[in-house]
Design a protein. Structure first.
Length: 510
């Protein structure tokens, strides 16, 4: 229920409405609907453009693809050993595959729709904070940001997390302004869902706490108490997942410490964002664009970088939801500028400069946008090496993967590996409740290799150092007893064909 002083506070806000909500701004239910609808539709169009990415799929999406094809019971069994942090997402994608069938569109459409929803919700939040023009500009900015467009076309959970956090941000602003209990709990509910999709989204919670603390100092003293209980429920509701994921912490051991470029970039972003906060703009009650956007933009990313100084975990996709804060600040600048232009030249409607800037931004980013939709835009493509294998392999050949995780190319394209024998595998991914299966001992692998006369090897285009003992055994046995016949690099991976040596060191006669 609203607090007793909510009507008075709302009336005060209405009496001091920002310039962006003057007669120059859209009014009426249809116009209010257009503010979130236009950015959402733009985002939807950008998301569907080239969504197949030249029929390519990178390694993280391959994990989603293969797990979503398992039964719900098998997915639950998998989570006991790996990827528990993605459990809810995998079950969701399994349901979609069951209903709509497996396809690249089914794989990526949830992300496309998630970002479109986030763009609309960002616009709605910007409108509540600084008026219709600022809101529309914020939603468009979110849709156009390259990092957002990247994860809008990936079959992973990050776009859905962004949608949940964008919705929670709208709920937070509404709750702070109106003092309505259901909005506090709506904010908590969305954050809890986001945490089940990826618990790094909990870093939005301290950002929200900063917004609430500032609002309390500006007269909304009850907001702290109203926020505390829902926030506690979010943390407690996320604890089981956090604790369960601790035993699987080695899954992020590949992440490197933040580079100086990352730290400099974050610092530059902070300087620009804080500078933008000093642009004159009307306050809309206890929450303003700056007090909402800056914490959301800076706190999650800064916290993840600081944590990474101890345990490297910083990856930009884990905090892509923070871009809602960047979009809100961009929207404020464009909204204030468009309104000022209209005040100076009444014939120039505010939507004209916003549309012009948005159009220029889309065109200027066109090389980046087309690059993001190319088959070569990700670190690898699991389909490309499968195609190469089908071109060079013969029935009865053995096949090896270095590291074992590169077996994903066979798991998503089993028809390309028909008739080949996986020499190292002793338990399938399904049997071992893992993503990559269970391989035998180095001695077992060496014996299996020596029994084969021809072997296809799939590995990274640039093999990494510090290989596991099994991988050392694979490489060593091939080097000692086989001759490499061909070497093909495609899709970020290398496909090599080996044939057993004769006594004179030459390949066995064909």
């Amino acid at each position: 229920m609203p607090s007793p002083d909510a009507p008075a506070r709302t009336a005060a806000i209405d009496r001091h409405a920002p310039a962006t909500t003057s007669s120059s701004a859209p009014a009426g239910p249809v116009a209010r609907l257009l503010v979130p609808a236009v950015p959402a539709l733009l985002s939807l169009a950008l998301g569907l453009w080239g969504v197949g990415r030249g029929h390519s799929m990178w390694r993280d999406e391959a994990a989603t693809w293969q797990v979503a094809h398992r039964s719900a019971a098998d997915i639950v069994r998998l989570l006991s050993t790996t990827d528990v942090v993605h459990g809810l997402y995998y079950l969701f994608m399994h349901a979609l595959f069951e209903i709509f069938g497996d396809s690249m569109l089914t794989l990526r459409l949830p992300s496309v729709l998630g970002v479109a929803a986030a763009a609309g919700l960002t616009a709605a939040t910007g409108r509540r904070l600084a008026g219709s023009w600022a809101g529309a500009a914020a939603g468009i900015a979110f849709a156009v940001l390259p990092v957002v467009q990247r994860y809008q076309q990936e079959g992973r959970s990050y776009a859905l997390v962004a949608a949940c956090v964008a919705g929670a941000t709208w709920m937070l602003v509404t709750a702070v302004q109106r003092g309505c209990r259901r909005h506090w709990w709506g904010c908590a509910g969305l954050l809890l869902v986001a945490a089940q999709l990826n618990w790094f989204s909990l870093l939005a919670l301290p950002a929200f706490a900063v917004t609430v603390a500032i609002a309390a100092r500006r007269g909304g003293r009850r907001t702290v108490r109203a926020f505390a209980l829902p926030a506690a429920v979010v943390v407690l509701g996320s604890l089981p997942l956090i604790l369960a994921s601790r035993s699987q912490a080695d899954q992020v051991s590949w992440i490197k410490p933040p580079t100086p470029a990352t730290l400099i970039g974050l610092l530059a972003m902070a300087v620009v964002a804080v500078g933008a906060a000093f642009v004159p703009h009307p306050r809309s009650g206890p929450a303003t664009t700056a007090t909402v956007a800056l914490p959301l933009l800076l706190v999650p990313q800064s916290a993840l970088v600081l944590i990474s100084l101890v345990k490297p975990v910083y990856v930009d996709r884990y905090v892509v939801f923070a871009q809602t804060g960047a979009a809100l600040m961009i929207g404020l600048l464009l909204g204030v500028g468009a309104t000022a232009a209209h005040a100076r030249w009444p014939s120039v409607r505010p939507w004209v400069p916003i549309a012009a800037v948005s159009g220029v931004a889309v065109l200027a980013l066109l090389p980046v946008e087309t690059g993001l939709r190319a088959s070569t835009s990700r670190v690898d493509d699991v389909f490309a090496p499968a195609e190469a294998v089908s071109a060079v392999a013969r029935p009865g050949d053995g096949v090896l993967f270095i590291p074992a995780a590169r077996r994903d190319t066979a798991l998503v394209s089993p028809e390309r590996f028909h008739g080949l024998k996986d020499l190292a595998l002793t338990e399938t991914p399904l049997q071992s409740r893992t993503l990559k299966g269970e391989e035998g001992s180095p001695a077992h692998i060496r014996t299996a290799i020596l029994k084969s006369s021809r072997i296809v090897l799939i590995t990274d285009a640039k093999p990494s150092s510090g290989a596991a003992r099994r991988d050392v055994a694979k490489r060593g046995t091939l080097a000692d007893h086989f001759v490499r016949l061909s070497d093909t690099v495609t899709g970020g991976r290398r496909v090599e064909v080996y044939e057993k040596k004769q006594a004179d060191g030459r390949p066995t006669a064909k």
